[in-house]
Design a protein around this ligand. Structure first.
Ligand code: ZN
Length: 169
C-alpha cells in the first residue's frame, strides 16, 4: 500500500488532474490545498520512509498554519523519524504544520493542533440552550500557540462542528 491522498495515484504521478479528480474539485469535495499537500507528500515520499503508510484525508488552514488530517494511529508516520518528514513539509510549504487523526476526540484534536502549548482540559458549558466547548490553556503558553487564537478557534470549530473557544487561565 502506498501513500493515499484525496486525489488518485495517476494524478499524484502525472501532475495534472483526471476527470474524476477534477470533478471532485469542482464539487468542492476536495480543495486546491488538498491537492497541493497531496503532491508535496508524494514528492517527499519518494525519498523518505513512513509516508507510504499514511492515508492523508484533507487539510485546512489558517494564517501561518496548515492542519493535515491523517488516518487513526498515523501521526507518527507523518511526523517521521526525529520529525524529519513534518519538518520537510514545513520547509517546502513555508508554513507551520500540525497533524491530527481522523475520529479523534476534541481534547486530542486541540492538543495536537496547539502543541507545544499544553491543553489542560476541555470544559463544556451550556448557556441559553447552546453548548460552548472551552479549551483551557495555561496563560504562559499563549506565546507557544502555532497561530493566533481566533484562527485556532475557527479551525477547531470547523473540524468538530462544535462551538469552541480557547481560554487562558
Ligand atoms: Zn485522478
Amino acid at each position: 500500500m502506498g501513500l493515499r491522498t484525496p486525489i488518485c495515484n495517476v494524478c499524484l504521478r502525472s501532475g495534472i488532474l483526471c476527470q474524476g479528480c477534477e470533478n471532485k474539485l469542482k464539487e468542492g469535495r476536495i480543495s486546491e490545498l488538498d491537492i497541493k499537500i497531496s503532491r508535496t507528500l508524494f514528492e517527499i515520499a519518494q525519498k523518505r520512509r513512513g509516508l507510504e503508510k499514511i492515508n492523508f484525508k484533507h487539510a485546512i488552514s489558517t494564517s501561518g498554519l496548515i492542519v493535515l488530517m491523517v488516518g487513526k494511529g498515523e501521526i507518527r508516520f507523518a511526523v517521521g523519524v526525529g520529525g524529519k518528514v513534518v519538518r520537510e513539509l514545513e520547509n517546502q510549504l513555508q508554513t507551520k504544520i500540525r497533524l491530527i487523526e481522523e475520529g479523534a476526540q476534541t481534547r486530542k484534536l486541540a492538543q495536537d493542533i496547539l502543541t507545544p502549548a499544553k491543553v489542560l482540559g476541555v470544559n463544556v458549558l451550556y448557556s441559553e440552550g447552546k453548548e460552548e466547548h472551552r479549551v483551557r490553556v495555561p496563560r504562559p503558553h499563549l506565546k507557544r500557540l502555532p497561530a493566533n487564537v481566533k484562527g485556532i478557534q475557527a479551525l477547531l470549530t470547523k473540524l468538530t462542528n462544535k462551538n469552541i473557544t480557547v481560554v487562558f487561565e
